[in-house]
Design a binder for this molecule. Structure first.
Ligand SMILES: C[S@@+](CC[C@H](N)C(=O)[O-])C[C@H]1O[C@@H](n2cnc3c(N)ncnc32)[C@H](O)[C@@H]1O
Length: 206
């Protein structure tokens, strides 16, 4: 049976192999059929919060996808940015935008094969239904420098359903704050157009 690569299919993902297949199918059309069609706002929230919190490089973009966040960070002078994603096809689209220093194909639910050098770790749209849960947070902390800034979007329903409050409380972090903001802009249509993401900002303990 064929499946259209879209938001409903993404929210219903069932494991890493399923995610790899969906995003392989979606990579070439993702920017037009999702980012533009749904007026996707999370990358802008990530950029604005990075500027507000004086983010420093190097930055790591978790679940970078086709590179929308990398484009915005680079344009704002926040560099260098590395991209990490499960999907080589999504990373290939990101690479063509020439905004990332390094592109890393890796699964963030497993230990990440990188040094603990990152001053800022960001993520847009990857902590959500069918995607990544709170167990990945320890792997992110492992590649962050002491005092590093985190700016993560976590779908608000996913946050509550998967116990992110308790997971965050158990981590060696400081300065935790959350803000619920719209995922989509006024141009969005469909049943998810009013959904919220919880922008979750903190620092790794020094
Ligand atoms: C909704 S897209 C968001 C892409 C991009 N951040 C944006 O804002 O447009 C989710 C991305 O997370 C990636 N992803 C899903 N599970 C992952 C995992 N376990 N490890 C790393 N990346 C993952 C997918 O391949 C996909 O590119």
């Amino acid at each position: 049976m064929t499946r259209s690569p879209d938001l409903d299919a993404a929210y219903a993902l069932d494991g890493d192999a399923d995610a790899r297949q969906l995003y392989a199918d979606w990579a070439e059309s993702y920017d037009a059929t999702f980012v533009q069609a749904m007026d996707f706002r999370i990358p802008y929230h990530v950029r604005d919060l990075c500027l507000e919190h004086s983010a420093q490089g190097p930055l790591l973009d978790i679940g970078a996808g086709t590179g929308i966040v990398g484009e915005l960070l680079s344009a704002a002078g926040l560099t260098p940015v590395d991209a990490l994603d499960l999907s080589p096809e999504m990373l290939a689209v990101a690479e063509a935008k020439n905004v990332y220093r390094n592109l890393i194909a890796a699964d963030v639910t497993r230990p990440i094969p990188l040094a603990s050098d990152y001053q800022t770790i960001v993520s847009s749209g990857t902590f959500t239904h069918g995607h990544v849960g709170p167990s990945a947070l320890t792997h992110l902390l492992d590649v962050a420098a002491p005092g590093a800034l985190f700016v993560l979007s976590i779908n608000a329903e996913h946050y509550a359903a998967h116990g992110f409050d308790a997971a965050l409380a158990a981590l060696p972090i400081t300065d935790l704050e959350t803000r619920d903001v719209p995922i989509y802009g006024p141009g969005a249509t469909g049943p998810h157009r009013g959904d919220l993401t919880r922008m979750t900002i903190f620092r790794k303990a020094a």
